[in-house]
Ligand binder design. Structure first.
Ligand code: IMP
Ligand code: MG
Length: 183
């Protein structure tokens, strides 16, 4: 299906909302009596977090981190820069890291190491999208919305050069990016 931007719809609004509801139920079950801290990785995961949050029926707290994954290059270097750190301490907290997409896994792997060093009671990862064919480092994913093919995706928070985040579905960018893609 083509839409007004010319991006091909890969996952529809309805499919996303159904799956987010399921993830919310699963998380609510797993975190009974725990009051987890959901850590959202800006900016891409913000739309997912906002929807997921409202499908969770146990009390939760939220906090945000911003990282720059690749510096100025699309070539993944594994170098992650923290642009914004958490406001709260995670010591003895049950932390659930919320990501938009796991691609090479380098960003997530770095973040997990960083957070684990702060002694949380537990650390789990919830990602909406898993582009597993591109994985370069092994990272355990506890909750996955959708497995996706190796194409560049936009919408529902994901951007191409800061555009398309507002699309209510996940689409495939009609032209593969040639320019640097920053987070
Ligand atoms: P990784 O470190 O290679 O796993 O990539 C992590 C980050 O790259 C994600 O959190 C996204 O912000 C970005 N990214 C990877 N693939 C895509 C995509 O298809 N569309 C938009 N952003 C992407
Ligand atoms: Mg991201």
């Amino acid at each position: 299906m083509e839409n007004t931007t010319g991006n091909h719809v890969l996952i529809s609004t309805e499919e996303i909302s159904r799956r987010v509801k399921e993830l919310g139920q699963e998380i609510s079950q797993d975190y009974q009596d725990k009051e987890p801290l959901l850590v959202c990785v800006l900016k891409g995961a913000v739309v997912f977090l906002a929807d997921l949050l409202r499908e969770i029926t146990v009390p939760v707290n939220i906090d945000f981190m911003a990282v720059s994954s690749y510096g100025k290059s699309t070539i993944t270097s594994g170098q992650v820069r923290i642009l914004k750190d958490l406001d709260t301490s995670i010591e003895n907290r049950h932390v659930l890291l919320v990501e938009d997409i796991v691609d090479t896994g380098l960003t997530l792997s770095y973040l997990c190491d960083l957070l684990l060093a702060r002694d949380p009671a537990s650390l789990r990862v919830c990602t909406l999208l898993d582009k597993s064919s591109r994985r370069r480092v092994k990272v355990p994913l506890d909750y996955v919305g959708f497995e996706v093919p190796n194409v560049f995706l936009v919408g529902y928070g994901l951007d191409y050069r800061e555009r398309y985040r507002e699309l209510p579905y996940i689409g495939r960018l009609e032209v593969e990016p040639e320019e640097p893609v920053a987070d």
